[in-house]
Design a protein around this ligand. Sequence first.
Ligand code: FMN
Length: 245
Amino acid sequence: MLPQALTKEPKQLLIWLEHIAGMGYRYADLNLGCPSPTVTKRGKGSGLLRDTGLLQSFLDDVFSRPLPTALSVKTRIGYESAEEWPRLLEILTQYPFAHMTIHVRTMKEQYIGGIHPEAFGEAVRAGIQHPVYNGDLRSVADVENLLQRFPKTEAVMIGRGLLANPALARQLQGGEEASRAELETWYMALYEGWKDRFHATIALGRIKKLMEWTIGGDIRRKRLLKRADGIEDCVRAILDNPRTL
Ligand SMILES: Cc1cc2nc3c(=O)[nH]c(=O)nc-3n(C[C@H](O)[C@H](O)[C@H](O)COP(=O)(O)O)c2cc1C
């Protein structure tokens, strides 16, 4: 597990790093990617990318002393526009980040807007240490294509692709696709966990949202899922109906 900080205050970051180092962590990550308005309007997450002067003085301050843990960064490639990336890259490459994860979108593009894999290529060419690619990897083929295009990729970060297919990491290591039984067990475990913490209706809403990632544009299964009024119905809607796409 890699603990992550969402801050624009060097002192706050340092205190937190000391705290987690005391808990035994040796690595931590700095979030320069979160696009949520509640975060960006406070100048944190991808909000820190908006003002490069502030970003630079923040990082100067952070790295002006020995840190209690190694620090990596997770960044987007701009705030408003991908044209900001060369300048951001120039700044980010000045500091000894343990690795750099690049979500190849701007803040404005949130999670489904345009995507700019070429920005990752630029970072690799700029010689960043330990480049990690992030954004829209959904299948083994997606990762293979990426590695073919950018052979220097050291690792990938996969978010929604793993929610849609929890066996994707196993498949990337040559393993099997998830069986129906495994998927059912996974959905039931998530549902039961959420039901213990929240109301059953909220747990069902969450599981439906998660399942939507697996459906994509399949309108028939989407309709079945919407109508489902219990977890068993949801599981059947997703797992026992042939894809229509
Ligand atoms: C609901 C949600 C919560 C997220 N929370 C975090 C977070 O706390 N830290 C982080 O670095 N990225 C977070 N992300 C962004 C993902 O790590 C990732 O950058 C983004 O989803 C793009 O990758 P993907 O296409 O593989 O999902 C979150 C994404 C979503 C959809």
